[in-house]
Design a protein around this ligand. Structure first.
Ligand SMILES: *Cc1c(COP(=O)(O)O)cnc(C)c1O
Length: 333
């Protein structure tokens, strides 16, 4: 596997720290919990999309793009990081937002990630739930083309084999850190949505023979569907790496028990997980992704799913900016 042959533009503060969480580990009374701080990738306050954008934006530059298009939910962290990357690289950014929640309060529709999208100079289009976002992006790309611009379209979440290379790289980075620390990692746990994070990690960790299992906590799709989607992208990512055929179905493991009321709606245990991380470790999670993954980690640890003494790495994928889109989920005032 040779990642260096793919064009890459440095956008993130890498490597991100791998840290022990002593207070949370003590509270849960099960495995030792470690955290991989991909909420600290730097760009636009950080998050997992920055690693993907290092490869996606390099491809956009190679194609001489001058406008980048992408899509996501209203409070998309991917949209925010793409807007920042485009600003940094001197490209325009046009974002199509899908209303996946029906929430109409101004916090949700204007604050958090939306505020930052606009601050970074991106232009926005809003669409209703279930709109054909890929079709609409193709139409928008055509409009930019007709104006003499060269558009580059990034799929939702930056999840294609190019974007997933960012998480192949993260897998290699984590493996190097585990060797440096002398840490045997028994599992990596993280939120899975558009699948690029899990697919890239699995491809990278299998290609390096690391034997570190990856466990995705779904924020939207049911288990069988999510596993199939992750597998398909992991296979295509491995193929891009020149390692076709190495990823097998048994490498892909997803749990969909913590989705709660649905995508973009935190459950009670999501909020409890956000509060626990904040109050025990001073770490901010988010209501859409990392809070749900943490709810899964906490519940599984408390129920004795992990033998004592195991080392579980929580991959923090970022997203805390969305807290400001969800003040009503926290009954504090
Ligand atoms: C996008 C996102 C995820 C999910 O990553 P995928 O690669 O889309 O599966 C998890 N956490 C946060 C905070 C995200 O923004």
């Amino acid at each position: 596997m040779d990642l260096d042959r793919f064009p890459r533009v440095r956008l993130g503060h890498l490597p991100t720290p791998l840290e022990h969480l002593p207070n949370l580990s003590r509270e849960l009374g099960g495995p030792q919990i470690w955290i991989k701080r991909d909420d600290c990738t730097g760009l636009a306050t950080g998050g997992n999309k920055t690693r993907k954008l290092e490869f996606l934006m390099a491809e956009a530059q190679e194609l001489n793009a001058d406008v980048v298009l992408t899509c996501g939910a209203t409070q998309s962290n991917h949209a925010r990081q793409t807007a920042a990357a485009a600003a940094r690289l001197g490209m325009k950014c046009h974002i199509l937002l899908e209303d996946r929640t029906g929430k109409t309060d101004t916090e949700y529709t204007q604050n958090g990630n939306v505020l930052l999208d606009l601050l970074y100079g991106a232009t926005l289009e809003r669409h209703s739930q279930g709109a054909d976002m890929n079709g609409l992006m193709a139409q928008a790309a055509e409009r930019f083309g007709a104006d003499g611009l060269t558009p580059y379209t990034i799929p939702g979440g930056g999840s294609n084999p190019t974007g997933a290379l960012g998480y192949v790289n993260a897998g290699v980075e984590l493996l190097e850190q585990s060797i440096e620390l002398g840490l045997k990692i028994d599992q990596v746990v993280h939120a899975t949505g558009s699948t690029g994070t899990q697919a890239g990690l699995v491809a990278g960790l299998v290609a390096t023979d690391s034997n570190i299992p990856v466990y995705g906590i779904s924020v939207r799709a049911e288990q069988a569907v999510q596993e199939q989607n992750v597998l398909s992208l992991a296979e295509n990512t491995a193929k891009k790496l020149g390692c076709a055929g190495i990823v097998q179905p048994q490498h892909i493991s997803v749990n969909s028990d913590y989705v709660g009321p649905g995508y973009g709606f935190p459950a009670e245990d999501t909020i409890a997980a956000i509060e626990l991380f904040a109050r025990l470790e001073g770490i901010l999670l988010d209501p859409v992704y990392s809070g749900k993954a943490a709810a899964g980690l906490i519940d599984l640890s408390r129920r004795g799913h992990y033998p004592k003494g195991q080392n579980i790495v929580f991959l923090h994928t970022g997203g805390a900016v969305a807290l400001f889109g969800y003040p009503d989920s926290f009954a504090y005032s």
